[in-house]
Design a protein around this ligand. Sequence first.
Ligand code: TMP
Length: 217
Amino acid sequence: MRRGFFITFEGGEGAGKSIQVEILASHLFEEGYDVVVTREPGGTRIGEQIRAITHNTENVDLNPVAEAYLMSAARAQHVAQVIEPSLESGKVVLSDRFVDSSISYQGYGRKLGPDLIKNLNALAVNGAAPDLTILLSVTPEVSMKRRNKSKKAKDRLDLQQHDFYSRVYEGYKVLAKKEPNRFIVVDAGKSIEKVATEVWDVTQRALNEYYGKIKKK
Ligand code: TMP
């Protein structure tokens, strides 16, 4: 059986990732793909426990290095329990965030540096790498407006200083520029429908190229 296809969504707060993941997953289901939808930090029982720590607003004193290790620890569990087995069995894996989040948030946002974060995650990802990364890009200003408007309860990572989000935004831009074949940058300032159409177009193209237009199941 052919190895599955690994798609990740990335972007700052308020980029609309969750809704786009949901819409893309439903398109893929309709097209007959065997899809696994997952997220980081989380995606496993243990990973969700780690998420509870990283998102808890009481943990304002969480050390940046400890934060980086927690994200990486959740990822190790996620790769071993969900991502690798799903890809092995030929599924399309759709993950709301992966290692690029750590590089942007901990590497650039917390200023730990992209290389250090990459090295720290090497063991966790164990060779797993996305085939396609959709970066939903919104400026930190739009992102802040959307966050303030949102009724969703704010977590610890929603409560950072503005310059933190600016560094994350710039970090993503650097990553996308470095790997233009893997990264597709979508202007997420547009309407949900327009973004969803663009996401579906690029995904179909990538899947057709990978599977050579044969039926997936
Ligand atoms: P989200 O599910 O709303 O995107 O929340 C995840 C938050 O965790 C978001 O603020 C980004 C942050 N994060 C990191 O800082 N590093 C990571 O490696 C991951 C996966 C997420």
